[in-house]
Design a protein around this ligand. Sequence first.
Ligand SMILES: [Zn+2]
Ligand SMILES: [Zn+2]
Length: 495
Amino acid sequence: MRFTVIDKQLLPEPLAAQGSDLQPISSIPQWCNPPMNSSFSYSADLQSFLDGKELLPDDLPFPLTLIHQHYEHGYLSYVKGIKKEKGYFCHRCGNEKQERFASFHCARCQQVCTYCRACIVMGRVSECTPLLRWTGPPLAFSLPADILHWDGTLSPAQKIASGAVVTAIKHKQELLVWAVCGAGKTEVLFPGIEAALAFGKKVCIATPRTDVVLELKPRLQKAFAEVEVIALYGSSEDRGKQAPLTISTTHQLLRYSQAFDVVIIDEVDAFPYSVEPMLQYAVQKAKREDAAVIYLTATPNQTWQKEVKQGKRKAVTIPARYHRHPLPVPRFEWCGNWKKSLKQKRLPSNVHEWITERFKDGKQSFLFIPRIELIPEVVKLLKVMDERIEGVHAEDPDRKEKVLMFRNGQIPLLVTTTILERGVTVPNIDVAVLGAEDDIFTESALVQISGRVGRSAQFPDGDLVFFHYGKTKNMLLAKRQIEQMNREARKKRND
Ligand SMILES: [Zn+2]
Ligand SMILES: [Zn+2]
């Protein structure tokens, strides 16, 4: 869309007189946004569609005349999708890598036009694309008298963490909640979310992973039964909706701007959030400037761990699991050149022995291996021992079915890569990692994998072994982190 500037205000091409001087929005150095006219009767539909977001004109099911009227009365502003300063910058996704921009001859602005390739799946943002932002009164939500419907109890450590979350939300602060796997971190959030909603604040729980969104939605909807809760992910039907409580993939937050008073980021260390600046930008843009930000993680990275130790980062730890048994600590076992063994169609003898013992005890186990391509080889070798053994990975079309069969006890051993490390909880299992020295097994991944063992109160223990061909720093750090949490939990119990 091209614009002309009249009396310092923007006028889009379809509404401009013939012969006007038209330019792509990114080429217009500056303009004024009209002040808000409080007697203007604005469209409630547009407000509910656009409040807290930044969308493309094509995303809005409203005529341009109506949209522009709202601009003229100060209820909407046009923002440059692409900014040109030293280089190109995409305002929607934060991309500033020049190689991730491309040019084409654009029919809309009738010249060569540069667009962002990084966020193209959400519709093209180019030099002539304005993003539309609501600047009128914010959408108000009605809330039930009883916000929280939850009658569970919190452990003492959960209670302390929960209190810290409430305080951080009230004072609009940042807080890291470092909770071991199985600590019950979702429940810890309930009082904080309740307090925020009671103050009329908009809350968003963001996570890098769609499966976590899908898992959280029913739990939160149950706890906040009378509050509208929406779940946003790639193919979600809630995408056009607004609610006081939103659960979203970090990726979907790219459509938002200054929307949330409280942002809770679950699994902040999880790939791809930790390595993808676009997702961090999305969170920064979606929150209000003075928003409270709560980070949840079982495995903060080394930098954050240091900052916590030095008192530079506000944090609260939940070092013990909900059932209060200590976390299983990994054993390290050298297994020689296991890749060579696999080539010779055999497993290292101690790995073979470990698996045989599980079968003898009738105990289910996970075998984590570093590479997807190795799964078929390993499974083939194992099927000789028990043909019910299966392998599964992220792109496996039968993934859901296999995980379900494993849960039901129909598969005695599941060979997998790191992708299943989170979320899959099966009581009474043992876990082994083959090739724990591989780079893919970061400190955080190894702590998460270890966290699969002993999750239920009924079976709080289990065997956990890292088979390796040379110990790595990550292995040592993971073990140290687990031991440190156990020490802290013991200390807290004795206090
Ligand atoms: Zn972009
Ligand atoms: Zn263009």
